[in-house]
Design a protein around this ligand. Sequence first.
Ligand code: ADP
Ligand code: MG
Length: 464
Amino acid sequence: MHDAVGMAVMTPWVEAWQRIRVKLRGEFGDATFDSWLKPLSLLRAEADRILVAVPTRFMCDWVKTHYLGRIADHWRQETGVPIEVELVVNVQAAPSQVAVEAPRPAAPVPADDEADGDEAGDSYGAPLDPRFTFDSFVVGKSNELAHAAARRVACNPQVQFNPLFLYGGVGLGKTHLMHAIAAEIRARTPGRRVLYLSAEKFMYQFIRAIRFQDTMAFKEQFRSVDVLMIDDVQFIAHKDATQEEFFHTFNAVVDQRRQVVISGDRSPSDLEGIEDRIKSRLGWGLVADIHPTDYELRLGILHSKLDQVGCPDMPKEVVEFLARKIVSNVRELEGALNRVTAYADLVGRPVSLEMTQEVLQDLIRSNDRRVSISEIQRHVAEYFNVRLSDLLSARRARAVARPRQVAMYLAKQLTSRSLPEIGRKFGGRDHTTVMHAVRRIEELREVDSSLDQDIENLRRTLEN
Ligand code: ADP
Ligand code: MG
């Protein structure tokens, strides 16, 4: 059975620290946890104090005023030992001391830890985050299908597609939508049993059931629900026994015409390490993907969050800056917003663009998307409906020449390549040709609004 969980050898302190991290995440939510608590690492545990490393002075102050007490409380609860927490700035935790930086799924956390506090009393389910509702979910082009499907499942007790499979990259709202569905169903029809849990938790429950020879109760729980929701199904990749059980559970629920909702980080057919029969089943119902956000959606989300926290008066230029720069995912966008407002609060100054740039330096750097010239060429060719080979050829027909100039222009704008380098990528053209193209497009943008719009569209797609 242990093929299913990689058992790590750890000291009790490290285990305690990891459990505390799980609790802190649950207590403060993903965005806060990721911004402030995840970067902390345990350096050393002594008789009456623990040393915790923080990456920066600023974080140190913030953690001290906001979270130190909770960390100490949790430590006492976990270990029975009252301690002081001391923060140390800028010290890298030496891996030989303690292997603390464990990714979330690494340690087999005792299952009852997380199950506590589940309002519906499902010992197998996970608690819902009350912030994740349909009301707080901002809809845009990239998530409208997933959102519509989620609403349909939540508001319509007839099973129309089974399963609903939601997929998309990290931090794009899958869990948010899953919780929204569960909360909505519970609110509308309290009698329906909704069981929501992560695939990771499904696995731990399963292993636990086997360990305690309690598999009957385990099976019974899952098979008696009205709606079964399993988040992050990719987690059970390569975990054969768990997949087997998952498959039977899934079939049992679907066969009873009960709704199943699953999420994953990619489409069913692209899931790696998952048995074919499961992949095929997962694709039977409605498969809805959530695309990366676009600029408008990011703006919408920022405004919605600002309204929620009651500070809608953030300067427009800052909001737009965030929407333009933090493109990776919504979780990071929220984290960035939190950091900026927290910083402003801490230093007692209003939020400004300079402050934002300074506080978010690291995030902005990691979000600087590297667009490649060939990506630009591909998009431009597709957009103007010309062949890629023509774009790179010597053809001078207007229908090809203009898109080529646009592509050169975008290559200059969006990459750090020099004019000669760009020329080489366009079938070995001279740098003066590129320069001419850039100037020409600059001029045309001024007078030709439809071309201007085309370029804006392309820039957005490429930067997303
Ligand atoms: P995933 O499960 O896809 O990794 P989450 O559902 O955890 O992502 O979303 C990450 C964070 O971003 C959450 O705090 C969530 O509320 C927020 N979020 C994601 N998409 C949206 C959206 N469309 N509107 C509002 N908040 C969103
Ligand atoms: Mg998720």
